[in-house]
Write a protein that binds this ligand. Structure first.
Ligand code: ADP
Ligand code: MG
Length: 233
């Protein structure tokens, strides 16, 4: 195990404004190769944790350590390099609708300045990994929700990130496609990525049997190795 690939939240408080504390004194550590679900009702602070990991937001108090980075102290100029450690997946897929599946993945590599030859080799490989090598020339509107999310996952994987962060990735999917996406995340986890899954889907959590961090009103109320989704009032 490589102990440097680890995320630590130390006494994190996040206040967006005077009236709402999104997270209050939240602490946890995520180890290499873990699959961690973050659960809780709407408004409990799940997306805030995701945005703090991706450095889209800064904590009001506390420290976030990821690998060799102190995330709360990152300067603007350091963000691109830092964010290459992380692949992010959203509920609404966020694909480029005017580009084909191939071009959506290729674009993400072009932004990184990768040579065309490498792109032509790598894109089919990564699409094969998510089972979409037969849809390379399709546009997003020609795909099902589950297929769109698999494209988004392929795109999230291109920099071989240490961590995949998924914020409600199955929120727009039917139960069949939900399981296809969860199985794919499990496969990526088995290949070595840390997976952080924010969700309010009880069925997923209760079937997965992985670690579950439960939030309520911005506080961790449970952090269990083989967690279940239980919400109390
Ligand atoms: P979840 O993802 O669990 O639904 P969020 O992290 O999105 O929860 O939100 C946690 C709390 O922070 C909520 O009360 C929400 O209204 C508030 N919040 C989230 N983002 C903002 C923002 N940009 N400005 C003000 N308040 C916010
Ligand atoms: Mg959310």
């Amino acid at each position: 195990m490589n102990a440097s690939n680890m995320i630590t939240f130390q006494n994190i408080t996040k206040t967006y404004n005077k009236h709402s504390t999104a997270l209050e004194n939240v602490s946890f550590k995520i180890n290499p190769k873990e699959f961690v679900s973050i659960v809780g009702r709407s408004g409990s602070g799940k997306s805030t944790i995701v945005k703090l990991i991706t450095a889209e937001e800064k904590p009001t108090n506390g420290r976030i350590i990821f690998d060799s980075y102190e995330v709360n102290k990152l300067r603007f100029s350091q963000l691109p390099k830092y964010r290459r450690l992380i692949g992010t997946i959203f509920q609404d897929f966020r694909l480029l609708n005017g580009k084909t599946v191939f071009e959506n993945i290729a674009f993400a590599l072009e932004v990184e300045g990768r040579p065309q030859k490498e792109i032509n080799e790598f894109v089919p490989q990564i699409l094969n990994l998510v089972g979409l090598d037969n849809k390379m020339q399709s546009f997003p509107y020609e795909l099902s929700g589950g297929e769109k999310q698999r494209v988004a996952i392929a795109r999230a994987m291109i920099n071989q990130p240490e961590v995949i962060v998924a914020d409600e990735p199955t929120g727009n999917l039917d139960p069949f496609n939900t399981w296809e996406i969860i199985k794919l995340l499990m496969k990526l986890n088995e290949m070595g990525s840390i997976i952080i899954l924010a969700t309010h889907n009880k069925e997923i959590i209760n079937t997965l049997g992985h670690r579950v961090i439960t939030l309520n009103n911005g506080k961790i109320i449970r952090d269990e190795e083989h967690g279940r989704f239980i919400l109390t009032n």
